[in-house]
Write a protein that binds this ligand. Structure first.
Ligand code: M6R
Length: 671
């Protein structure tokens, strides 16, 4: 939910930390902060007591003399507080890192941020409102120890009480601050050994965390640790670095290191890293060489990552499909799955657990798997699954879908399923993410880094992969023949070109967006896989444009939601409720036409997603977004694209922050 970055080495740390935070901003953008060891600490008397200010030391009201007295330099800023007017008169919220960078620059004359060892944090608030006091890094009472934390400390209230009783003073409402005071307490008891203090402190923490800690008393040293939260490390010629995500590190090294739960790493300015297990004994971590491009994390000429990622979808679908079908044997190949024919034969139930957009991919999966493989499939929101008593046995196959691989509810659902003896297949986009360590089998989406908080390309990759897997299960159960699979696979190979065609013809989508951008609510209707396409389309619209939207199966409309259609819309176009109808060629097309007529005759404005050449729809609808013809089971992959673009254009017209919608985060690592 938050992002952390830490660097020690031979170059000035500030630029490396700010660059890292820019790459991690997608993880949380409520506030950001950095702490640096002062170079002067090495020469000065390190044990001079000092009391840290309780607000940002970079506050312009804070006198420079106070700043110089702080043993560590700390700058923190709350995000999205300043409105900027652009040259063309448009306004936007000033980004959090932009504000932090300006705060750092403002200190150049009074107390320049210099130093080659520091930590940084980007926050998605859980405990305590987004504010500068609650922003990380948090410090102990002396101000000599600073901590950045991603995760949640579940026993923080008890620890805070105990530490307060011992005389510690707390400056924030966060759960994270207890860690700084706990380490201070442990340091006092062990003669000031930071590593040992972190180890013994971590042993007292319940919950999940990735931590980076510096102390003014250990120049050039950073201690990091993790439990159930991502942390990746690396060393290079210029020093050593750690962060929540590869994206903040690969500029410096592509040889990435991962440590196990509650293990510690000590980063030195020489680039050397020491590793310790939870008992304090030396241990050897695992490594991984990352081949992806740094360009993945940049916008590549698009105004926002959301649009860039929509345009990457043809490539993503090509990659998902590639090499899954063996032309010689005419069979689908899922080599990652270690299950034998006998194992697969006894599978009597399949659960799909996921959240948000990934859940919608699961709903499409149910339709396809039941249709082809005839295995009963239950799709469940992970946060519900984990708190009930689902019927999971060793004969249950569980598919856990998570783009980030970090979603806490999905991870807990995976753990529950594993405890019950099920084989768990994780479908994720993030190499080395937590879910890959929890599941029995991993199918990677290989959609590359998705920066926009609202998912697009990862969703299409999930749907394409689960489509292939549905056919694979049917193949293994002899319910689809080689030629049948070859025919569908052949059509799947046309999907990238079809998406490119949609992306090249967006004028009707823009016109429809203009017509409904001022609506207060929108309905989405479809049937079969068209309904699930609508669930995702409505979520996209809500997420990025803040226009309220609800999706229903077409047949459900008359059971209640039709009351939302204002009859004033019959005479006044501005009173019309937009109804987005997915009505592609399918077994239920005629039923959908009846549903559209019902809505239209009551004053709705119809925006139809239909198959090219369907003239009947053009007579009924106010706007038609045509997509190339494809078989029904593949239609979610193409029909989703105009809905993503519709949401994108409406959001742009409404002036929202498309890549970072309010209140959301890319990885939801809290319940
Ligand atoms: O990383 P995950 O796929 O597990 O994330 C699940 C949801 O949090 C995510 O899909 C969310 O709904 C996005 N905001 C969708 O755009």
């Amino acid at each position: 939910m938050c992002g952390i970055v830490a660097y020690t080495g031979t170059t000035e740390a500030i630029e490396i930390l700010l660059a890292g935070l820019r790459r991690l901003e997608y993880r949380g953008y409520d506030s950001a902060g950095i702490a640096l060891q002062r170079p002067a600490d090495r020469a000065d008397t390190p044990n001079t007591p000092s009391t840290p200010s309780t607000s940002s030391v970079a506050d312009t009201a804070t006198p420079a003399s106070t700043l110089a007295a702080e043993p560590l330099q700390v700058v923190r800023r709350k995000g999205l507080t300043e409105l900027v007017t652009e040259a063309d008169g448009s306004t936007r919220n000033k980004g959090m890192i932009e504000q932090l960078t300006e705060a750092v620059a403002a200190l150049a004359d009074t107390d320049p941020l210099r130093g080659t060892c520091g930590i940084g944090h980007t926050r998605w608030a859980t405990h305590g409102i987004p504010s500068e006091d609650n922003a990380h890094p948090h410090r102990d009472c002396s101000g000599r120890i600073a901590v950045v934390h991603n995760g949640i400390i579940e026993n923080y209230a008890k620890l805070r009480q105990q530490l307060t009783a011992k005389g510690h003073h707390f400056a924030s409402q966060t759960d994270s601050e207890v860690i700084a005071h706990l380490i201070e307490e442990q340091c006092a008891g062990n003669g000031g050994n930071l590593r040992e203090a972190v180890r013994t402190s971590v042993a007292q923490l319940s919950g999940n965390f990735a931590l980076a800690i510096i102390s003014a008393d250990e120049p050039g040293t950073i201690v990091v640790t993790r439990n159930d939260m991502p942390l990746v490390l690396g060393s290079f010629e210029g020093g050593a670095i750690a962060a929540s995500d590869n994206a903040a590190i690969i500029e410096y090294t592509r040889d990435l290191i991962f440590i196990d739960d509650r293990c510690l790493a000590v980063l030195h300015e020489t680039g050397a890293i020491e590793y310790y297990d939870p008992a304090g004994e030396p241990y050897i971590p695992s490594g991984y060489h990352f081949d992806g491009s740094i360009e993945d994390a940049q916008k590549g000429g698009y105004p926002d990552f959301f649009l860039k990622e929509i345009h990457e979808q043809p490539r993503v679908i090509r990659d998902v499909i590639a090499n899954r079908f063996d032309l010689k044997t005419k069979t689908l190949v899922f080599d990652e799955l270690p299950l034998t024919d006998a194992d697969l034969a006894v599978i009597d139930r399949l659960y799909i657990v996921a959240c948000g957009t990934s859940y919608h991919a699961g709903l499409i999966g149910k339709y396809l798997i039941e249709n082809w493989a005839r295995i009963p499939v239950e799709v469940e929101v992970a946060s519900e699954f984990r708190y009930r008593n689902p019927i999971v046995t060793p004969n249950t196959l569980v598919l856990a879908i998570s783009q980030s691989g970090e979603t806490t509810d999905t991870l807990e659902a995976v753990r529950l399923a594993r405890r019950a003896g099920a084989h768990v297949v994780a479908i994720t986009n993030r190499v080395g993410s937590l879910i890959t360590q929890e599941a029995n089998t991993v199918f990677y989406l290989h959609a590359q880094l998705e920066v926009s908080v609202a998912a697009t390309k990862s969703f299409l990759a999930q749907v394409a992969l689960i489509t292939l897997f549905g056919m694979f299960l049917a193949q293994e159960r002899s319910l689809l023949t080689g030629p049948q699979i070859a025919e569908i696979y052949g059509e799947m190979k046309q999907l990238p070109d079809q998406i490119e065609h949609i992306l090249a013809n967006t004028s009707a989508i823009k016109t429809a967006a203009t017509a409904c951008k001022d609506a207060t609510t929108a309905l989405f209707i479809g049937r079969g896989v068209g309904a699930t396409t609508c669930y995702e389309g409505a979520l996209k619209l809500k997420e990025i444009s803040y226009l309220h939207a609800e999706a229903y199966a077409g047949g459900e409309i008359k059971h209640g939601p039709i009351a939302l259609i204002d009859p004033l819309g019959l005479n006044d176009p501005s009173a019309q409720t937009p109804v987005v109808a997915v009505v592609t060629q399918s077994t239920t097309r005629d039923k959908m036409i009846s549903n559209i007529e019902e809505m239209k005759s009551r004053g709705a404005q119809i925006i139809a997603v239909a198959t090219e050449g369907d003239r009947r729809i053009a007579e009924l609808a106010d706007f038609v977004l045509y997509i190339p013809p494809t078989r029904e089971c593949l239609s979610p992959i193409t029909a989703s694209v105009p809905l993503q673009l519709l949401a994108r254009y409406i959001a742009e017209m409404r002036g929202t922050n498309i890549d970072q919608p309010r209140n959301l985060a890319k990885s939801v690592t809290v319940e």
